[in-house]
Structures are given as structure tokens and as C-alpha cells.
Design a protein around this ligand. Structure first.
Ligand code: SF4
Ligand code: SF4
Length: 470
């Protein structure tokens, strides 16, 4: 790393970073991601969704009944492996994107980036852009400073509170829960969660900002092992920027490219804009640094300068180390193929698993004390606890029978069949009786058969069990 030649303090020295606003394609992309992410996060709990069971809320995590409602999908406790598959997909997607384009997740999609961006917008709205904020920081405390700083922190706290409250609304019926929350009738966990998240959001997005990425997030530490000479990262082109004698400001004799190149001066006019817009306060011209979240804003800044001068864009650009050295960038290698296949495989597994979600779940547990009884007529009796869960969103009726145990009698007591409402389960105890002949096996395999009579399920559901004799 070369010495920093800009006026910006180093990351270690920086106390408060006040990035300058910039326009450009990466800024626009970041803004679009932010708007979509905020719209999704803040509006989802308020989208109504009518289904035969549960509250009419599109996304609802119902912990009490151990069910997650995601639009038309009802996720039961037994489907929790989907969560494991989702986490695996998120991990391989992160590895895949990092191998191809570095920390794109950090720069554009991470919660920390999105909330820090929003907090900075509030700050800019109240205190003005970079120069005004720096001046306000330096000036002594007076009415204006108290008003602007106080207003900023109050607005941050409001956004942080709404962030925490919105998270809570995913775990209950939002229209009811929000009323209970503000009238002091919500569960204590709702208040702890909302205020806990409010405090952490305020600290992370308002006070710590880029320091979370640099000193708290573990991803920043190990991402370097996923980046190699073919990974695209925002890169300053030193060959073009420095020429043979270095960068220089555009003085009278160094105005156009011909004059500069004739004197060995590079295309960088040392305006410092790329440093001023950087949200983590680093100078990309010093080479790749672990603090860089690869947001591309320095590219936008430099492109603005190049456009103003009428020179080619791309002095700072997404480039690989190989590309910078005029070599070929190899995107598709064993490693990226591996990550890519893991992504495709986990998406395919999730889709397959969700589309084939069982609409009915049956289980049997043999009652083991006693394992069997001998009745007065000489027959042997076993008892079983059966559970049938209708996971569909339609009522369903099933008849129960047994298969594979000739001459056996099934006793369901008063119950004739399983009559289940949508998303309802039923447990019953049944008895199976049979005359045992000499030579019969001590453990006889058979099946309980649930035959659907009404509802969405059309195939019989069979469940294996054993009949135990003396
Ligand atoms: S150096 Fe450029 S890409 Fe890296 S964080 Fe700063 S502005 Fe973003
Ligand atoms: S914005 Fe471009 S021209 Fe200005 S200092 Fe940065 S690299 Fe040089």
C-alpha cells in the first residue's frame, strides 16, 4: 500500500466520516436496493392474505402454534429443515457472489449498509451535505447546533424504533398487536425485542456505522480468502492514473490529456472526490484495503470527473487483478463452478421440497406398558396412539383401516373416522385384536391405512407398525 496522499484522515484516525453525496449508476443501484428492501421490510406485515386458517396476514411467524405463514404456504414445525436449506443457500450465494465480484453483499445488500445509508440521508436532510456537516461539527454548541444535532438523533431514534417495532409485528397479527403495543397490553417479549432492536439499530446505523463493518463483522476478516486474482473489485488503475511521474492537479500546463501524457503525468487529477464520497473513509488509490465494502461510489465519483473533462470513464472501475495487468479474467473456474452448482442445487432442492410438501402427516406410537394383553376370549390386544395432521387448507375426512394383519379387528372406540378442519390435527388411541395361532411370529408387521374420503389428498396414507404377541 502506498502512502495516502489525500487530505482524508486514515480509518484509524477518523472519528466521524462525512461522505459527500454522489450521483451515478452505483449510487442509483444502491438507492433502488434500499427502497425495495425498506418497502418489503416495513410493508410486509401489513399485507392482508386471506386463508382458511390463521390470521389474514401474508407473512406471519406464529410461534405459539409453531406455524409460519408465507402467503399461500404454511410452514409447520416438521418443515424446519427448509430453514437449514435456506441458510445453506444464503451461505453459498454469499461465497459465489464474493468469488465473482467481491463484497457486493456488503456494498449493496447488507442490513448494516442499508440502515447506515438511511441514517446518513436523515443526517444530510437535517444538517446538509458534507461541508455543512463538517462545519457544524467544528462550530461550538449553540442553538442551531443543538437543534440540528438533536433533531438528527431524534429522527434516528424514530427510524430505529420503527425498525424494532416492525420486526415484532411479524410475530403476531399486526393490526391487533400494534394496538396492544401502544396500549401496554402486548407481551413483555414484544417490548424487550422492539426496544432491544431500536437500541442496536441506533448504535449500529447512527453511531458506529462503518466501524461495524471494520471491527465487528467477521465477514470482512475472512472475505480475503474468497477473493483471488480473477475477482472483480472496485480498483484504481494506477498505470493510467499515475502515468510515469504520478498524478497531478490540472494546472494550466496540464489541462488536457496530450499535455499530461507528454509530461508523463497520469489521468488522475488528484481532486480527492473518490475519497470524499467513500463511506468508510479510505483512498482507493492506495490499493485494495480490507475496510473497503466495495460499494462502487468512488467509481461514480471518478466517472463524474472524467465525464466533466471529456476523458474516458473507468479510471476507477470494477476490475480483477489479472485484468489490471492486461491479462484475462477467468470467471468460471473450479471454485466458482462449485459454488454455482451448490447454489443451483440448493434452490432446486428447496423448490422440489416445497412443491412436494406433504398435505397430510401421520404418525403412530405403540403403547408399551403393557405391550399386549390377553383377552378373556384368548385374543391378543395391542394399543396404539395415532396422530393425523391435515396440513392442507381444506377440510378433510379419512377412514382408518389396517392392512397386512389377517383376521385382526380394529377398535376405534366411539370414533368412526378422522374428520379434520384445515390445518388441524387429531390424536386417537386405537386397539388391534387378533387370535394368535401356534407358530405365529412374535412381531407381525402391518400397516395402518388412512383412506381419504374428502379433501385435497387423494392417495391413501400408509404407516408402518407392528403387532406384538407373547
Ligand atoms: S473505496 Fe470505493 S468501493 Fe471501497 S468503500 Fe470506499 S467508495 Fe466504496
Ligand atoms: S476521483 Fe478520480 S481523478 Fe479524482 S482523485 Fe479520485 S481517482 Fe483521481
Amino acid at each position: 500500500m502506498s502512502d495516502c496522499r489525500s487530505c482524508q484522515p486514515s480509518v484509524a484516525e477518523a472519528v466521524v466520516i462525512h461522505p459527500r453525496s454522489v450521483k451515478g449508476k452505483f449510487r442509483s443501484f444502491k438507492t433502488s436496493v434500499l427502497v425495495i428492501a425498506y418497502a418489503v421490510y416495513f410493508l410486509l406485515p401489513w399485507i392482508p392474505w386471506h386463508r382458511p386458517v390463521g390470521h389474514p396476514q401474508a407473512v406471519l411467524f406464529d410461534l405459539v402454534n409453531k406455524k409460519f405463514y408465507l402467503f399461500g404456504l404454511v410452514v409447520h414445525a416438521q418443515d424446519i429443515f427448509w430453514l437449514a436449506a435456506l441458510l445453506f443457500l444464503a451461505a453459498v450465494l454469499l461465497f459465489f457472489s464474493t468469488a465473482l465480484a467481491g463484497r457486493v453483499f456488503c456494498g449493496y445488500f447488507c442490513f448494516q449498509t442499508l440502515w447506515t445509508d438511511a441514517f446518513r440521508w436523515i443526517e444530510k436532510g437535517i444538517q446538509g451535505d458534507r461541508v455543512k456537516r463538517i462545519r457544524l461539527d467544528k462550530q461550538s454548541w449553540n442553538g442551531e447546533k443543538i437543534l440540528k444535532k438533536g433533531g438528527t438523533h431524534l429522527a434516528w431514534l424514530a427510524l430505529a424504533f420503527w425498525t424494532g417495532l416492525t420486526f415484532v409485528l411479524y410475530w403476531g397479527y399486526a393490526p391487533e398487536l400494534i394496538v396492544k403495543f401502544f396500549t401496554g397490553q402486548a407481551p413483555a417479549a414484544a417490548y424487550y425485542t422492539a426496544f432491544g432492536l431500536m437500541v442496536t439499530t441506533y448504535i449500529a446505523g447512527g453511531l458506529m456505522r462503518e466501524k461495524v463493518c471494520q471491527h465487528v463483522c467477521p465477514y470482512a476478516r475472512f472475505q480475503s480468502v474468497m477473493i483471488d486474482k480473477d475477482t472483480l473489485v472496485p480498483t484504481y488503475d494506477p498505470e493510467r492514473g499515475e502515468g510515469t511521474v504520478g498524478r497531478a492537479k490540472p494546472t494550466k500546463l496540464l489541462k488536457n490529456l496530450d499535455e499530461r501524457h507528454a509530461k508523463g503525468v497520469g489521468d488522475c487529477v488528484d481532486c480527492g472526490l473518490c475519497v470524499q464520497v467513500c463511506p468508510v473513509g479510505i483512498d482507493i488509490r492506495d490499493g485494495m484495503q480490507y475496510a473497503c465494502i466495495q460499494c462502487g461510489l468512488c467509481i461514480d465519483a471518478c466517472d463524474t470527473i472524467m465525464d466533466a473533462k471529456g476523458w474516458d470513464r473507468g479510471l476507477i472501475r470494477y476490475e480483477s487483478e489479472n485484468g489490471l495487468q492486461h491479462g484475462k479474467t477467468h470467471f468460471w473456474k473450479l471454485r466458482t463452478y462449485g459454488y454455482g452448482m451448490a447454489v443451483v442445487g440448493s434452490v432446486a432442492f428447496l423448490l422440489w421440497s416445497m412443491s412436494g410438501q406433504k398435505l397430510v402427516d401421520a404418525s403412530v406410537r405403540q403403547i408399551r406398558s403393557p405391550l399386549y394383553v390377553t383377552l378373556s376370549d384368548g385374543r391378543i390386544q395391542n394399543r396404539y396412539n395415532l396422530k393425523l395432521e391435515n396440513k392442507s387448507l381444506q377440510p378433510a375426512r379419512f377412514e382408518l383401516s389396517i392392512k397386512g394383519l389377517p383376521d385382526a379387528e380394529l377398535d376405534m372406540g366411539q370414533i368412526k373416522d378422522f374428520n379434520l378442519r384445515a390445518d388441524q390435527s387429531q390424536r386417537i388411541m386405537v386397539k388391534v385384536r387378533k387370535q394368535v395361532k401356534p407358530g405365529d411370529a412374535k412381531h407381525q408387521d402391518f400397516q395402518f391405512v388412512f383412506t381419504p374420503k374428502t379433501g385435497e389428498v387423494h392417495e391413501p396414507v400408509m404407516i408402518h407398525s407392528q403387532f406384538i404377541t407373547p
